[in-house]
Structures are given as structure tokens and as C-alpha cells.
Design a protein around this ligand. Structure first.
Ligand SMILES: NC(=O)c1ccc[n+]([C@@H]2O[C@H](COP(=O)([O-])OP(=O)(O)OC[C@H]3O[C@@H](n4cnc5c(N)ncnc54)[C@H](OP(=O)(O)O)[C@@H]3O)[C@@H](O)[C@H]2O)c1
Length: 320
């Protein structure tokens, strides 16, 4: 018997005609991003699939045949600032409008030692935050020119932490030089940055018609977290019969992203956090989720910290 609840998109939003609209979905070849992409194409949109591995994007896209919309796969490695710039140049070279950008891609470093990108960022923060930060900043003009438009940013329940320990972004030590590294803590920190960035953007973009939101998609049975050591893989395999009943399909996990892109009332809540129901919240009162809901992590709602994050990020990605 299933113990899980799902908050579903309104049928009328999933029936809207999206022909003539253009979206970008990062990490579109897998899991939540793939199902988000599929639904947008089904509704007639053109989706640019921003993928680290183009061949995986092309392979995933074979399953779209017969859908009314269209797609193209473009290379983008979010852990490489030059790759993000090249992606944006290619996109702007052939597109003059952008109705929605879903910053969906993310990863957790499966090694419990830090790994650094060639730009000098810790890998989890690079792929989940800094790459998307640069992409969004470089696409803001086209998003404003295409308004009303939307930006969704995938965070996670993990950003919430617990009442005893709320993660926050260590702006003074992003590369773990003065503190021990823990890969899951690094993921939580990146996911706080995602929520804060959506908050800051909404503040900055007031009156432009560009709406932003951060998202917890649910516990997706995706490829997320695969590739750990053999012990971890064995534990995951043994636990699967239990976790299956409380985790979500990728389609269920795409519901919150689709709601953020398509529902009429989302612009009223720009900058807020939208969460699928989740048994993983340590704060029991959050488990029902909500579109939107209040994050239990005070750092995630702190505009001052969000402004500092963005100021630092601008310098680190070379925009200031
Ligand atoms: N799964 C969950 O339960 C869960 C819970 C909360 C939040 N989330 C968030 O939901 C989002 C989607 O995850 P998912 O569950 O669908 O996982 P997934 O199946 O592993 O998909 C993640 C996607 O991100 C891409 N990606 C990873 N590193 C990248 C990089 N450097 N550049 C560009 N793309 C990169 C992956 O590309 P490759 O295929 O090439 O690796 C893949 O397309 C992530 O942001 C994740 O943090 C997931």
C-alpha cells in the first residue's frame, strides 16, 4: 500500500496550448527534467534541452516522437563557465524569445572529498548553483523582452535541514579550506543557494513580468545519486522495496516544475518556494508541501543573505 501523497498540477494547466512558446530545461535528458520537457513538448512548446551529454539528450528525445511540439539538444556543462557562455551564445544566436527557463540540473558529489572544477568551484555548488547563476544572468534580457516569462530553480527538501541544524551558504569558505568537507552538506548548501537566488531575483525583477520560484520536486526515482561506492549501491538496492512506496515517479516529481511554469497564480508568489509533499522534511509540519509554502530554514528566506550571495556570485563568475 502506498503511503505517499502527491500534489498534482491542475488539468487545465496541462491542457494549455503552448505553441509559439520557447523553454529551456537544463538536465533535460533524465528524471524530473525529462518529464518536464516531455509535457511542455506535448503541449506544443519548443524546448531547448540544455544537456551536459548531448548524446544522452538525443537518445532521451527519441521518446518524444509524435508529440505536437519540438525540441533541440544543446550542449551545456553547468560545471564549466565557458560551456554555459557558449550555450547562451548559441541559444541567443537562433532564438529571440524565452518564455520559461527551468534550472533543473543538479548533482551530489558521491565522493566524500571535495572535487573542484576548472573554474575553481566545489563541484556540487558549481553544477547546482554557479552554472545556473551565470546562465540566468546572461538570459535576463531575453526573459524580460519575452515577459510574462518564468524562471524555476530546482532546490530540495535538503535545503531545509532540521530544527537543530539549518544549512547556510558559507560565503567566507565556499571551497572548504577552513572546515571539513561533507558531500551531503555541500549539496544542502547548494540547495539553500538555489532558494536564495529565486528570492533575490524576484526582488530585483519586480515590475518586469519575469516570475521566479524555487522548487522541491519530491523524492524522485530518477538517476539522482547513482554512482556511489558499492556499499551505498547495495544499501540502495536493498532499501528499494521500502523506498518505492514513499518515493515518486519522475512524472509525479515534474508536477511542481510544471505548475511553476504554467499555473496562472504563480506570478502572485514570485520568489517563493514551491514544494511537493515530502516525508523527508525533518519539520513534520512541512511534510504536506505547498505551492507555495514557507521554508522552515530562516536562511532561505533571508533577503539580506540572498543579496550577499548574488553580489559574491557576480564577482566569482566574472560579471562584476
Ligand atoms: N531525485 C530526488 O529525489 C530529488 C529530490 C530533491 C531535489 N532534486 C533535484 O531535482 C533536480 C533533478 O534531479 P533528478 O532527480 O531528475 O536527477 P537525475 O535523473 O540525476 O537528473 C539530473 C540531471 O542533471 C544533469 N547534470 C548533472 N550535472 C550537470 C552538469 N554539470 N551540467 C549539466 N547538467 C548536469 C544530469 O546530466 P547527466 O545525465 O549527464 O548526468 C541530469 O540530466 C536536481 O536539481 C536535484 O538536485 C531531486
Amino acid at each position: 500500500m502506498s503511503h505517499k501523497h502527491v500534489i498534482w498540477c491542475d488539468e487545465k494547466d496541462l491542457a494549455k496550448d503552448l505553441s509559439g512558446k520557447t523553454y529551456i530545461v537544463t538536465g533535460a535528458n533524465s528524471g524530473v527534467g525529462l518529464e518536464t520537457t516531455r509535457q511542455l513538448i506535448k503541449q506544443g512548446a519548443h524546448v531547448v534541452m540544455a544537456c551536459r551529454r548531448v548524446e544522452a539528450g538525443e537518445e532521451a528525445a527519441e521518446s518524444f516522437s509524435g508529440l505536437s511540439g519540438s525540441h533541440e539538444v544543446m550542449k551545456c556543462d553547468l560545471a564549466d563557465l565557458q560551456s554555459v557562455k557558449s550555450f547562451v551564445d548559441t541559444f541567443l544566436g537562433s532564438h529571440s524569445r524565452l518564455d520559461g527557463l527551468m534550472c533543473n540540473a543538479g548533482m551530489v558529489n558521491m565522493e566524500n572529498k571535495p572535487s573542484f572544477t576548472k573554474d575553481g568551484f566545489e563541484i556540487t555548488m558549481a553544477a547546482s548553483f554557479f552554472g545556473h547563476f551565470l546562465m540566468v544572468e546572461l538570459l535576463l534580457e531575453v526573459l524580460k523582452n519575452s515577459a510574462p516569462s518564468r524562471i524555476g530553480i530546482l532546490s530540495s527538501v535538503v535545503h531545509a535541514g532540521s530544527p537543530k541544524s539549518r544549512p547556510y551558504v558559507h560565503l567566507d569558505d565556499l571551497n572548504y579550506q577552513n572546515r571539513p568537507y561533507n558531500n551531503f552538506d555541500a549539496y544542502g548548501e547548494a540547495k539553500v543557494a538555489n532558494v536564495q537566488y529565486a528570492l533575490e531575483l524576484a526582488h530585483r525583477l519586480q515590475g518586469t513580468g519575469v516570475t521566479t520560484a524555487s522548487i522541491h520536486p519530491g523524492w524522485a526515482r530518477s538517476n539522482f545519486g547513482k554512482g556511489g561506492n558499492m556499499l551505498m549501491q547495495a544499501v540502495m538496492t536493498l532499501a528499494r522495496p521500502i523506498t518505492h512506496s514513499i518515493s515518486n515517479s519522475n512524472w509525479e516529481s515534474a508536477q511542481t516544475s510544471l505548475h511553476v511554469l504554467l499555473a496562472d497564480d504563480v506570478p502572485q508568489y514570485s520568489g517563493e518556494y514551491f514544494s511537493q509533499h515530502s516525508v523527508l522534511y525533518r519539520d513534520k509540519e512541512c511534510r504536506e508541501g505547498g505551492w507555495p509554502m514557507k521554508s522552515p530554514n530562516p536562511h532561505a528566506q533571508n533577503l539580506e543573505e540572498s543579496l550577499q550571495l548574488v553580489e559574491k556570485a557576480r564577482k566569482l563568475v566574472g560579471l562584476a
